[in-house]
Design a protein around this ligand. Sequence first.
Ligand SMILES: *[C@@H]1O[C@H](CO)[C@@H](O)[C@H](O)[C@H]1NC(C)=O
Ligand SMILES: *[C@@H]1O[C@H](CO)[C@@H](O)[C@H](O)[C@H]1NC(C)=O
Ligand SMILES: *[C@@H]1O[C@H](CO)[C@@H](O)[C@H](O)[C@H]1NC(C)=O
Ligand SMILES: *[C@@H]1O[C@H](CO)[C@@H](O)[C@H](O)[C@H]1NC(C)=O
Ligand SMILES: *[C@@H]1O[C@H](CO)[C@@H](O)[C@H](O)[C@H]1NC(C)=O
Ligand SMILES: *[C@@H]1O[C@H](CO)[C@@H](O)[C@H](O)[C@H]1NC(C)=O
Ligand SMILES: *[C@@H]1O[C@H](CO)[C@@H](O)[C@H](O)[C@H]1NC(C)=O
Length: 594
Amino acid sequence: MVPLKLAALIFYIISFLTTSKSVDEFTYNGFRSANLSLDGMARITPNGLLKLTNSTTQQKGHAFYPDPIIFKNSSYAPAFSFSTYFVFAMVSGYQNLGGQGIIFVLSPSKSFEGASPGLYFGLFNQTNNGKFSNHIFGVELDSLKNVDIQDIDDNHVGIDINGMKSVSSNTSGYWDNKDLFHNLTLNSGQPMQLWVEYDGMEKQISVTLAPLQYSKPNRTLLQISYDLSHVLKPTMFAGFSSATGPIQITSHYVLGWSFKINGMAQSLDLSRLPKLPRVGPKTISKVLTIYLPVIGVVSVSLAIWGVVCYVNRRRKFAEVLEEWERDYSPQRFKFKDLYKATKGFRDKEILGRGGFGKVYKGVMPRSKSEIAVKRVSHESRQGMKEFVAEIASMGRLRHRNLVPLLGYCRRDFGLARLYDHGEDHRTTRVVGTLGYLAPEQNRTGKATTSTDVYAFGAFLLEVACGRRPIDPKAAPNDLILVDQVFSYWNEGDIFQAVDPNLSNDYLKEEVEIVLKLGLLCSHSEPKFRPSMRQVMLYLEGALSPPELSASGQKFAQHDEGCDGIPLWSYPSSSSQTVFTQTSSVSNSLLSGGR
Ligand SMILES: *[C@@H]1O[C@H](CO)[C@@H](O)[C@H](O)[C@H]1NC(C)=O
Ligand SMILES: *[C@@H]1O[C@H](CO)[C@@H](O)[C@H](O)[C@H]1NC(C)=O
Ligand SMILES: *[C@@H]1O[C@H](CO)[C@@H](O)[C@H](O)[C@H]1NC(C)=O
Ligand SMILES: *[C@@H]1O[C@H](CO)[C@@H](O)[C@H](O)[C@H]1NC(C)=O
Ligand SMILES: *[C@@H]1O[C@H](CO)[C@@H](O)[C@H](O)[C@H]1NC(C)=O
Ligand SMILES: *[C@@H]1O[C@H](CO)[C@@H](O)[C@H](O)[C@H]1NC(C)=O
Ligand SMILES: *[C@@H]1O[C@H](CO)[C@@H](O)[C@H](O)[C@H]1NC(C)=O
């Protein structure tokens, strides 16, 4: 009696334990607080999504209801009816490329250590795939076409028993009320509903797919007659498996899940399901492939344009101060200011054209004072020399009747080469104004009334003869204007010096006065030059024209007989010509003047 009672008690305890441990239904509206058994890549996201795969390639991910579920009364008993319902989503980075997919699975074990990823979905391997001993039932949502296992296409739902080669499969889609079929793209990123039902009496498996927010269609996607009693063991684990292949661009999610033995799985509260990651890869890909490159190209172009404009502007108005300019820097103007003053060197502002450049009218932006701006092209080497010389003479040459040189500006080029050409800076400085600067000014650097008279004399000769005081292009004998005029006078025909452009359209007496005055003012000794007052009297005719002493032989140059003191010398930067004149010349000129 006693052993029998004990046996009954043990049996009772065992059966109690079994039934108490087993559940026959569960519902997950999201998995936030779910106690699922996860392995591999599978995890539950903070907002409650069951994420089966991540971007790691050749990996597996499993998620199972933690406890076993009883599917049969005994090993040889028929399998119970069951149903499951879940919402899933496959979010692909690219429209045309799917991941492996998701498989709903009933398995005698939660462990799949020996299984392979990729096409085996983390459930089987090459050795055991298709073997009866696996005791695995699955419904695959496959977005890859694998010919090895005879997949029908790259977007199908299939019923798998003991292996990945589907027992039956159909293209993903659903039948609507009017019996029209609609394709559904599994990896569209859109959540979808799937119902899997097994009728233990009819031995029938049916699978129904539908978009979210769509009530369960009457017509199934897949329906086959199959007795699962031989496949299912008395206790099984229910869950999901997924795996990644050599390329992984799809994320596999389960949003909610319900299951029931011997009855219809509960419907889910769709409003409580967790949200998929906000920016779907599809949207990203549109942004990335269309808008981002366009925005990128536009903004890069704008940036380059901006930089080019800035650099151009900087270059246009760039000011580089060279060492030699230090002394003159207070007189140096900004190109920007001159540019503004002359309204961008507008043709309308041109006052005149000189040999070395154009002269523009301008108004200084700040002081509103009127200025004339001479623009010298750096291509004109001679112009540059004059330019440098003018800078060097700045502040030395000043007269109320002369336009003062206010300053200068230098850009597009360096002038140090020109400036440094002569060994002695002071010598070179005078070069450009050769013919206007009196010889003693070269030595003392000081401007006096006599140096003004000298410059005026050079000016008189220049106007009357129509050529510059020093003409580097002229024949060596005619290089120095004053020398040339003097020799014509010496030859007794001073009118040979007159500007040929005047033809004979002038009063001989007037031109004679101008030429002789010019010679007189050009005397090398300041004290022998007439005063400006005297010059005026000569020009007005109040004084009779200066009579230069007559006989020619007295004016021979380098006359050994005379005291040959060189009166002035100009080392020229271009030719280093030394110009000398004997005192006798000047003396005679002067004697005439007095
Ligand atoms: C994928 O999941 C596995 C397991 O959770 C983890 O070790 C791995 O770092 C994950 N990889 C990425 C890229 O998230
Ligand atoms: C989760 O499930 C495992 C396996 O059944 C179990 O050991 C564990 O105690 C469960 N945890 C919770 C918090 O229910
Ligand atoms: C399993 O056993 C229970 C009670 O023992 C019984 O009610 C039920 O019909 C059995 N199910 C099947 C499918 O045999
Ligand atoms: C295949 O899977 C089974 C079951 O998990 C395992 O026992 C076996 O070792 C695996 N075979 C290979 C080649 O991995
Ligand atoms: C399903 O079929 C039932 C009757 O067979 C019908 O009343 C119901 O409207 C149908 N539902 C859909 C969604 O077609
Ligand atoms: C649905 O998919 C199948 C298989 O890919 C294709 O042959 C069919 O044209 C598709 N139907 C529609 C309406 O897109
Ligand atoms: C697959 O779908 C077709 C209709 O497109 C249907 O006729 C066929 O029965 C379905 N296959 C199964 C196994 O349900």
